[in-house]
Write a protein that binds this ligand. Sequence first.
Ligand code: GLY
Length: 386
Amino acid sequence: MSKKENPEWVEDTIEKIRQKMDWVSEKNKDRIPYKTLKDGSYDDRSDSSIEWSTDDGLNWWTNGFWGGMMWLMYLDTHNERYMEIARNCEKKLETCFQGFYGLHHDVGFMFLPTAVADYKVTGNPESRKTALHAANLLAGRFNPAGRFIRAWNEVNGDDTTGWAIIDCMMNISLLYWASDETGDPRFRQIAMLHADTVREFFVRADGSVNHIVEFDPNTGEMVRSYGGQGYKEGSSWSRGQGWALYGFVNSYAHTGKTDYLDTAKQVAHYCMANIPESGHIPVDFRQPKEPAWEDSCGACVIASGLLELAKYVPELEQHFYGQAAEKILRALLKDRCDWSRDCDAMIQNCTGAYHHEESHHITMTYADFYFMEAIYKYRNAENLFW
Ligand code: GLY
């Protein structure tokens, strides 16, 4: 996928992204958005007074993606304005450390696209410190009895001490980075122990995955799985499939352990076998046919994960994964992209959770982030974030 081979649709999309992000970034330069409101404007999750809560305020788990979008734009355009806005977001997120209680395993999603990206692009020593701080918090959530990283703090009064979730496969890139950066292998060891547990207890023989697995936090034994944001226990939440696919590719890239590459392929093949003719990804690959809830965000994660996987396989297989990613991206381009000024977000029809009606067919910054990331991969952009 060298630059000269880029098809016209990719170059055309990059131009549209540039035009859209030019005004969207200025309009929202002081916010950290998550989704658009009824009038098409972005909300703002940068309220630092909600320090206990993982929802709504500054601890909201998606708060790193806005900065990540700005870094993608900076790398594309070299316009320093994008760097300033990315740094603005990073500075706000740093204050989460003071509050502490609202932080969770998603410090990976929060600080990889902000502080780690900043450090990788500019060498900013403050960003290195921030990212190492976050990595230590993530490592501190490791449960040695069950060899997993605890996901959330309390959820709606439920004790989640023994809960791990598939999404964390993306967060552990922060630990790989911390070991590379410091030379201390502890972080990588924790990441690999967690990834090995996920292979054993989350990934099913057919390549589908559990969203949530509960372990006994004292003995480490598996208690049960939950359907989480998907349709039900034993089903197959599509975005979770994406986190698994992409996360195992990352673990392979950081460690060279071929089991991780094999697992990434296993999950990828399951996803590919379940992509509907339309190319639009359902919220859960095992949901009933009706209502036909979609998750364009899951689509973006899967597409970007497939393109990442294509980097580590022989040429013939590259084509195979590349074609599947293209099918998804082109379906989004055809039907689910808003390039107008009516909406701050690009990607439409994203879904938070199957059973959470208010989160059906909304927009999400991380859909836009993974869409942009996927498109820029056609230009051979290095993996800056994961
Ligand atoms: N990490 C939660 C989600 O993907 O919605």
